[in-house]
Design a protein around this ligand. Structure first.
Ligand SMILES: [Ca+2]
Ligand SMILES: [Ca+2]
Length: 256
């Protein structure tokens, strides 16, 4: 009898420990290689810093641990820091969109030139940029002030190996189980000299240049996006003869 009581006490203690230290939860999506061509025809800028695979996402993970989540995006190239950003990467930038509530925003962040379907509108977006936090916040204030409460920037974003990561507070992302949320990850490039309309995004033109993607148009009717999770048919677009959008790319969310 005494032995049984002791075993029960041990079991109760073990249960308490399990509750106190909630198991880490991971929501991950793999992405194919070789699809870093936007709608299908996009090519990298010509400068040597944009190495093959730099904008080819291979994996996205949201790893929840306690009150925080680590957001990780991996690419098909070793990260490098040719511009001295001092955070382990330089040329990439990622917008991680989350659909976890009713309503939301159907336009992508300024400079990306794409939409989301009404029923998959985003509620929060996490920006993973090699720029200093103050610079990113200034850009948000200048170009997306109406959405600033829904734009989350980790206090520190870093690159190591082939993975860029940043830590965010779960409370900033909203309610519910992250395993049930919709996600989309837009692969863009860190543009140090963005246009007035672009939130640190690099442009896609008809012809590639030293620091311009090619394969699109010189107007803003084309999505300025190199890789996404899921079906690249979502990036299909049509322009009017004068360069205004006829049909904008409309990118859906992916779910586990
Ligand atoms: Ca990919
Ligand atoms: Ca363009």
């Amino acid at each position: 009898m005494r032995q049984i009581v002791r075993n029960m006490a041990v079991a109760a203690f073990a249960f308490l420990v399990m509750v106190a230290v909630a198991p880490a939860q991971e929501v991950c999506f793999d992405d194919p290689t070789g699809d870093d061509k936007g709608p299908g025809e996009y090519v990298y800028p010509t400068d040597a810093v944009y190495t093959k695979g730099s904008f080819d996402m291979t994996k996205f993970c949201l790893k929840v641990k306690g009150s925080k989540a680590n957001v990780e995006v991996s690419v098909n190239s070793n990260l490098q820091d040719p511009w001295g950003m001092d955070v382990g990467f330089a040329v990439q930038m990622f917008f991680v969109y989350i659909d976890n509530a009713e309503g939301g925003h159907t336009e992508g962040l300024p400079g990306t030139n794409h939409l989301f379907p009404e029923d998959q509108a985003w509620d929060k977006v996490i920006i993973l940029s090699p720029q200093q936090l103050g610079m990113v916040k200034n850009e948000i204030e200048a170009k997306a002030a109406d959405w600033k409460d829904d734009i989350i920037v980790p206090s520190r974003t870093k690159g190591a190996g082939r993975t860029v990561s940043g830590s965010v507070k779960m409370a900033d992302l909203g309610e519910g189980d992250p395993a049930t949320w919709g996600y989309q990850v837009i692969v863009q490039s860190n543009e140090g000299f963005p246009a007035e309309t672009d939130l640190l995004t690099r442009k896609v033109n008809e012809f590639e240049g030293q620091h311009r993607y090619g394969g699109g148009t010189d107007y803003d009717c084309d999505p300025h996006v190199m890789d996404i999770l899921g079906d690249h048919a979502w990036l299909a677009y049509e322009c009017e003869a004068d360069g205004t959008p006829k049909t904008m790319a409309t990118v859906g969310m992916v779910k586990r």
